[in-house]
Design a protein around this ligand. Structure first.
Ligand code: DSN
Length: 435
């Protein structure tokens, strides 16, 4: 949004303008280490805040239920083509409002209520929409969960195979929210093929790493792949579904004849689980996919992993317990239980020092989800600010000072001053571009 428009908002609704300004300042002054967050480019921000929000466009490009769609058709077609090119997919739907909506459309495409799914346990790093009882996925389907091994904290593929053979799920879900290691889909596909299950990958957390070619491809192995667009991929808040697996016809409830499952996925996004697409967000997705196709994005994705590895190594050198012994993605998970501390206390004290992380369950965590033994720390957002190895080392020392002094307001306030000084060397957006 231009400075001119910013002034319009300031004049017409100063209350909202001031809240937005405070949030901008918070992002600028602090260290954003939530593994699922990032900072979009000014171009993505601009593509999100414009007249595209005014248009209703139920349907797909060229097949809409409203007139006046010629320009939104252009931008959605561009977003679809760029998404396909980025991930080597043959089909894409860029309309899901979120990762959860994308997963819902996938489940409704491949399953009937009551069918069995096999997904990663939330407490071991999985996601709510992979079968948690507090989510629609856990209420609609029979859920069997797999997890990590107690000794290595790596995925127990033998356990996956054994549970697949025993419970014969119709769908196997892969992907995670707090698993610091790469996903190797080929092994999962062998298991899925053995029992005739659909294999789905929710690559929300690491799709930017796949786009940047620093994580193995997942699209060739899964029947469908879902992702958010706002995490490592550094686009607007939203979702996308991709597929390269042709063939397969599904008879959907209420439909007179079977459909290819690409058509079925389209139908389950709209009218299945959503109404009108958010065309301003789709325009911003097109911009983000275009950015992710550049060599600069590959360098960014590599830097995200390099920075996360430095964070892990520095914490290990200081004697911290890092779940699975390190990382090969964008995130690390600290287990604070050997220090007698909780994720809840660490998150709160770190926030007071302008360092934003989230408390997180660690595998086999004895603490409750609102307390937890762990904190999850991600490198995508600070890498977008241009921070590198030297800054990672400083950040680990700052975090350690807070964790060692959870109750010391004096130390926390000293750390906050150093955090703000560090952040000020890496301004988020140019001054003229305040939002
Ligand atoms: N909330 C996201 C995360 O933090 O991983 C997942 O939806």
């Amino acid at each position: 949004m231009s400075a001119h428009l910013k002034n319009l908002l300031k004049d017409s609704d100063p209350a909202v303008a001031e809240i937005i300004e405070r949030e901008r300042a918070r992002q600028n002054h602090g260290l954003e280490l939530i593994a699922s967050e990032n900072f979009v480019s000014p171009a993505v921000l601009e593509a999100m805040g414009n007249v595209m929000t005014n248009k209703y466009a139920e349907g797909l490009p060229g097949k809409r239920y409203y007139g006046g769609c010629k320009h939104v058709d252009e931008v959605e077609t561009l977003a679809i083509e760029r998404a396909k090119e980025l991930f080597g997919a043959k089909w894409a739907n860029v309309q899901p409002h979120s990762g959860a909506q994308a997963n819902m459309a996938v489940y409704y495409t491949f399953l009937k209520p009551g069918d069995t799914i096999l997904g990663m346990d939330l407490a071991h790093g999985g996601h709510l929409t992979h079968g948690s009882p507090v989510n629609f996925s856990g209420r609609m389907f029979q859920v069997i969960s797999y997890g990590v091994k107690r000794d290595t904290n790596l995925i127990d593929i033998d356990d996956v195979a054994q549970k697949a053979r025993e419970h014969r799920p119709k769908l196997i879900m892969t992907g995670s929210s707090a698993y610091p290691r790469k996903w190797e889909l080929a092994l999962f596909r062998e298991i899925a093929d053995e029992i005739g299950a659909y294999l789905i990958c929710d690559m929300s957390h690491f799709s930017g790493l796949v786009a940047g070619k620093v994580h193995p491809d997942v699209v060739p192995f899964a029947h469908a792949v879902t992702s958010t667009t706002h995490k490592t991929l550094r686009g607007p808040r939203g979702g996308v579904i991709l597929s390269s697996q042709e063939g397969g016809e599904l008879l959907l409830a209420g439909m007179p004849k079977p459909k290819s499952y690409w058509d079925a996925l389209d139908s389950w996004v709209f009218p299945g689980v959503q109404g009108g697409p958010l065309m301003h967000v789709i325009a911003a997705k097109a911009v983000a996919f275009g950015e992710a196709l550049t060599p600069a994005f590959r360098e960014y994705a590599q830097a995200v992993i390099n920075n996360a590895k430095v964070l892990a190594d520095e914490f290990l050198a200081m004697g911290y317990k890092v779940v699975s012994g390190g990382t090969d993605t964008h995130l690390i998970l600290l287990d604070l239980s050997p220090m007698g501390k909780t994720g809840k206390a660490a998150e709160k004290a770190l926030e007071a020092a302008d360092i934003t992380v989230n408390k997180n369950m660690v595998p086999f965590d004895p603490q409750k989800p609102l307390v937890t033994s762990g904190v999850r720390i991600g490198s995508p957002a600070i890498t977008s600010r241009g921070m590198g190895v030297a800054e990672m080392k400083k950040i680990v020392k700052l975090i350690d000072r807070v964790i060692q002094n959870l109750d010391s307001e004096e130390e926390i306030s000293k750390v906050r001053a150093e955090v703000q000084e560090l952040a000020s060397g890496f301004p988020l957006y140019p001054q003229a571009f305040q939002y």
